[in-house]
Design a protein around this ligand. Sequence first.
Ligand code: CP
Ligand code: NVA
Length: 328
Amino acid sequence: TMNLKGRHLLTLKDFTPVEIQYLIDYAAELKAKKKSGALGSLLKGKNIVLIFEKTSTRTRCAFEVAAFDEGANITFLTNSQMGKKESVEDTANVLGRFYDGIEFRGFKQETVELLAKHSGVPVWNGLTDLYHPTQVLADMLTIQEKFGSLKGRRLVYSGDTRNNMGNSLMIGCAKLGMHFVALAPEILFPEEGLVKEMRALCETTGGSITLTSDIKTGVKDADVIYTDVWVSMGEEDQTAERIRLLLPYQVNMDMIKATGNDQVIFLHCLPAFHDLETTVSQEVNEKFGLSEMEVTDEVFRSSHSMVFDEAENRMHTIKAIMCASLVG
Ligand code: CP
Ligand code: NVA
């Protein structure tokens, strides 16, 4: 049997295909347990700290509810001394003496790695500049729920494929023997070193990595069309350039139809820019005349869209990773 006790989740690169599949299946089990109404105590007596340098709805709430469901206590920390009056190393040393596990969301992958190195307790990456591994676990659970299995499925990510989601989806697909297509202008393709590394891995898993700017051939036979915001947190100064580059790659009904697959699903890690409801949408609308960016409202609300199942699965998969690394 699998034992992941004591393990960090900094990037899915550090996990074997069997370990990743185990976490997805464990999440499905915990989801069924919750739906049955059973109360859990797997994390009873554990203390968990959640460090957020960036805003969050899903990730924070998923960690909190998952912890509460299994009896753990949490601290939500957004204004610590870390990175201001105190080093990451010293902060890690202190928090590791109080807590059984640490979640970190912030600007630099280096920070989450330093926390892991110096805290002596499991550390989970809740999003950095480079990776968003807990998101991909939820995405994979959602795809598995729809299609029954993951190997051989084709996931097309249209948009800013060079960001944290592009990296993590490419890694997840390579690990699980899936076909990953990055559909973007060349300048926004994922970083070459990571592409090479994941292509080498695909030789053993049966997956593949395709980088293309051609929408018609790129989306053909997709099982999943995925997108993310064109402007990630902290990159707001690049809004005009991203709109210019990515407008042709917007996920709309023409793109969904061009897959030729009427079972294709639409996924988005969220938050999504698809209407004028949010303040940021209104700003972009005033400046650039756009009320939709990476996805049209029509696709977002269509029967292809599984974005809210996906969001719910954040909680079940985060519960699985916390239980796996704290209890085994
Ligand atoms: N998908 C995701 O990470 O959402 P939040 O930014 O709301 O946590
Ligand atoms: N790429 C996005 C993901 C948000 C969940 C960001 O980093 O802002």
